[in-house]
Design a protein around this ligand. Structure first.
Ligand code: NAG
Ligand code: NAG
Ligand code: NAG
Length: 854
């Protein structure tokens, strides 16, 4: 499966890992100093020392370093040069002196203790990032007297950071992050005056941040996050006037943030979250408008949001949740054109959401303000935030109606307005939110009927309308929300009438609460198909008749059933059901009435069936006509005929029965063809090697399976390839996707010319796209959808080199009933990577925490 040019991939991987470092490093000084170093060229002793280190590594590492060997065992100092300087990862300058050793991500395993530091006095760059080196770093690292780039991050190095590192005063980049160093940060580190980047994150470092770090006057990046540092931030850090990135999150730091930090005029990223900081935020923060990313959640900050915030126009991401910050919404914030994500949950914000500020932030994707003291109405301008994915205004004091302009927010996935004082009726425009997965409007004063349009929100997994004053009957369209899974809560309203029988379609629903309403009638048929139900509450209604046989009812206690009109069943507290009261009529008239009614029903049913058949015939003719002349915008793949013959015929025609000349790719699961349909639409058709489904599978399973596919066809995300539908006819199973001109990332990387056209900037765009797609599927889909075959073959590029991940979910579709097929738990799958880029992608997939803030 390894298709890519290995050099390209490696550089792509390491590029990403070192993204920040590269940004910070300066190459010019590096070139200068290489001229002034010692004149000893490579020696037999050096070669021996390096080979000795190689021998101390495990077998696999030795294989990786197979180019490290002496061709001539009697080599002399002078004959060695061409040899040693061509060993993998070793670079010499023009005079044959070793200046660089670059062995990142090589899988090297062994002790760093044996590394021949003393034999490499002219080394300027040492990169051992992302290996499995362990043990302590020896003090003779101090022999690297001219080094300026030292990266030992992502290993298992332990013990103390050796003091001798602090004598390497030429260092510009020092990366020791993601190891197991403990002890404190040496005070002497303040001597490394040339440092531009110091990263010590993800270790076990304790003690306080040495004040001496304030002497590192060239520092641009300081990353100390995920350690056990305590004490407060030294005031001296305010001297670091070139600092752009300061990451201190996830430590045990306390005290106030020195005013001086607020005056750092270059600071773009300030991350202070998950510490014990208190007091007010420095008022000067962002006076220089440089801040892009400010996060300080989960601390004890009090007082007002800094004054500088109002004009901090460059902000992209803000996280201040779970503090005690005060501010007036309409006054203390400005208009942030670039703002993408703001989380201010659980603070002391007050005032109203005015149209002149928040609703001008056109790029907002997440606006999270629950648990504050926000008053007033939600202005209709909320409809301007068309990029919004998440809106949480719950637990505030909002009043007035829910504006119908919510219908404009078609990307909205999460809407939570619970626990306010909203009134009026629920606008029918809510039905336009077809992406919505969570809707919580509970605990308000909403009245009127539940709009039937809610049935169009077919992606909902969680629907809570409880504790309102909703009346009328439950619209049967709720039965269309077939993915509803986590909760359907309509309790504590004034709903009446019967439970719609369409509830039987809610086969995934786990929790249903209808308690405290005036619902009536019997419940047997509505619950028939609700296989997944584990918890029900139908207490305080007017239901009657026998209990359904679902597990949820079998486990239900009387508390969940009590106070109904006449429920019967095998639960203590309920009367047992008398077997068919019809069989022992005490009155002959009743029998006669029954017979008449039944015959009438029969007649009615028979004529209805005939009408249905006639209607079908007419409809089929009509559809047949219509398909020959498709109207513009009419889509062949509408879900209703996603397994239709028609599409299949079209594809057969367009590909001349899957002629090889239309084949544009082959993969593990099938071959891909390009098909130009009669509508002029060009699509990619994936013909699967194995049939998608077994004709003889039970109906229920078939049904879940097709709803899975339907879920995938209904998914819309700019970085996920659109799946139009599938056909399964005879031996062929076809998936129909959007067609991409540039083909897959693998194809581009394979071709040297195309690969070089895919420059770093474009690669970042690719990585971001993939990360967005994965983050969406992992975090915004419940249960999370895991790709399980993420590789450069499945990443397609459009003309602008934007990435789209294809084949989402089809890994699961291939074996729909395997043990992995459990919609209730998000299983993490894994497919062995084909190449390094793919390894990286899998890491991105498994670690959805990765943030791509640049
Ligand atoms: C190689 O050079 C080193 C230092 O320049 C010297 O000490 C050593 O004796 C030389 N070895 C040989 C075999 O010439
Ligand atoms: C290397 O470092 C050690 C200990 O720091 C020191 O004793 C030794 O003289 C140094 N050797 C060279 C070649 O610089
Ligand atoms: C159902 O809702 C009522 C009222 O909202 C609540 O008191 C009850 O605990 C809920 N039942 C379950 C099982 O969650």
């Amino acid at each position: 499966m390894a298709f890519c040019n290995p050099n390209v991939q490696e550089s792509l991987c390491s590029f990403f890992l070192f993204f920040t470092l590269l940004l910070a490093s300066s190459y010019s000084s590096y070139a200068l100093s290489s001229i002034s170093t010692s004149t000893t060229s490579v020696t037999v002793d050096q070669a021996m020392a390096l080979l000795e280190w190689k021998d101390s590594l495990n077998n696999q590492s030795q294989t990786v370093l197979h180019s490290w060997k002496l061709l001539d065992p009697n080599a002399t100092n002078s004959s060695l040069q061409s040899d040693l300087c061509s060993w993998y990862g070793i670079s010499c300058n023009q005079r044959g002196i070793i200046t660089e050793i670059n062995l990142p991500s090589m899988g090297l395993q062994g002790m760093v203790k044996n590394f021949p530091f003393p034999s490499l006095p002219s080394l300027m760059r040492l990169n051992l990032n992302n290996n499995s080196l362990f043990g302590s770093v020896p003090s003779n690292i101090g022999n690297l007297s001219v080094i300026n780039y030292l990266d030992l991050s992502k290993n298992h190095l332990s013990e103390l950071i050796p003091l001798e590192i602090c004598s390497l005063t030429g260092l510009e980049i020092l990366s020791l992050g993601d190891n197991c160093f403990h002890g404190s940060i040496p005070y002497e580190m303040g001597r490394l005056k040339n440092l531009t980047s110091l990263t010590l994150f993800s270790n076990n470092l304790s003690g306080s941040i040495p004040t001496s770090l304030g002497n590192l006057s060239n520092l641009q990046q300081l990353s100390l996050y995920q350690n056990k540092l305590n004490g407060s931030i030294p005031v001296s850090l305010g001297n670091l006037r070139y600092l752009t990135i300061l990451r201190l999150l996830e430590n045990q730091l306390s005290g106030i943030i020195p005013l001086e930090i607020g005056n750092m005029s270059s600071l773009k990223n300030l991350e202070l979250g998950d510490n014990h900081f208190s007091g007010v935020l420095p008022q000067g923060l962002c006076m220089s408008r440089s801040l892009v990313n400010f996060s300080a959640p989960n601390n004890h900050f009090t007082g007002l949001i800094p004054r500088g915030f109002k004009n901090c126009t460059g902000l992209v991401r803000v996280e201040l949740q779970n503090n005690q910050l005060a501010a007036t919404l309409s006054k203390d914030f400005g208009v942030y054109e670039k703002l993408n994500y703001i989380d201010l949950r659980n603070n002391q914000l007050n005032g109203e959401l005015t149209s002149s500020t928040w609703f001008q932030c056109k790029n907002l994707q997440a606006l999270l303000m629950s648990g504050n003291k926000i008053t007033g109405k939600i202005p209709p301008d909320v409809g301007k935030l068309t990029q919004l994915h998440e809106l949480d205004l719950s637990s505030n004091y909002l009043v007035g109606e829910i504006p119908k302009e919510f219908g404009e927010l078609t990307y909205l996935l999460y809407l939570n307005l619970r626990g306010n004082q909203l009134s009026g009726s629920l606008p029918s425009e809510i039905g336009k939110l077809y992406s919505l997965t969570t809707l919580d409007l509970s605990g308000n004063s909403l009245s009127g009927q539940i709009p039937k349009e809610i049935g169009n929100c077919s992606n909902l997994l969680y629907l809570d309308l409880s504790n309102n004053r909703l009346n009328g009957s439950i619209p049967f369209q709720i039965g269309n929300i077939i993915y509803l899974q986590i909760l359907l809560d309509l309790s504590q309203n004034w709903l009446s009438g019967e439970m719609p029988s369409q509830f039987t379609n809610l086969g995934k629903l786990e929790k249903l609460n209808l308690s405290h309403n005036q619902l009536s009638g019997t419940i047997l048929s509505a619950f028939y198909g609700m296989y997944s139900l584990t918890s029900i509450d139908i207490s305080y209604n007017e239901f009657e008749g026998p209990l359904p046989k679902n597990r949820a009812f079998q486990n239900a206690t009387i508390e969940r059933l009590r106070n109904n009109t006449a429920l019967c069943g095998n639960v203590s507290g309920l009367q047992p059901c008398e077997h068919s009261s019809l069989s022992k009529p005490d009155n002959k008239n009743l029998i006669i009435v029954m017979v008449v009614v039944l015959s009438l029903l029969f007649l009615l049913f028979a004529s209805a069936s005939i009408a249905c058949v006639v209607h079908q015939i007419i409809r089929l003719r009509y559809v047949g006509k219509k398909q020959r002349t498709p109207s513009p915008g009419w889509n062949l793949f509408s879900v209703c005929n996603f397994d239709g013959k028609n599409l299949y015929q079209e594809i057969i025609k367009a590909t001349e029965d899957f002629d090889a000349k239309y084949c544009i790719g082959m993969g593990g699961s099938g071959s891909v063809y390009k098909a130009k349909l009669s509508t002029n639409q060009v699509v990619a058709v994936k013909k699967l090697h194995q049939p998608l489904q077994d004709e003889y599978e039970e109906d229920a399973k078939k049904k879940t399976f097709s709803s899975e596919i339907r879920a995938l066809t209904e998914m819309r995300h700019r970085n996920i390839v659109k799946l139009y539908g599938f056909c399964s006819v005879g031996q062929h199973s076809l998936l129909v996707y959007d067609y991409f001109e540039r083909g897959s990332l693998a194809k581009v990387l394979e071709n040297n010319e195309l690969a070089s056209e895919l420059d770093w900037e474009k690669r970042i765009v690719v990585i971001k796209g993939v990360a967005n797609a994965l983050s969406y599927m992992h975090n915004d889909c419940i249960p999370p959808i895991i790709h399980r075959d993420i590789s450069s073959n499945n990443i397609l590029l459009n003309v602008k080199y934007e990435a789209c991940v294809s084949d989402f979910g089809t890994a699961r579709l291939m074996q729909p009933y395997s043990s992995n097929y459990t919609p209730l738990v998000g299983t993490r799958g894994y497919i062995a990577p084909g190449n390094k880029f793919d390894t990286f992608l899998i890491i991105v997939e498994l670690d959805s925490e990765l943030d791509f803030k640049f």
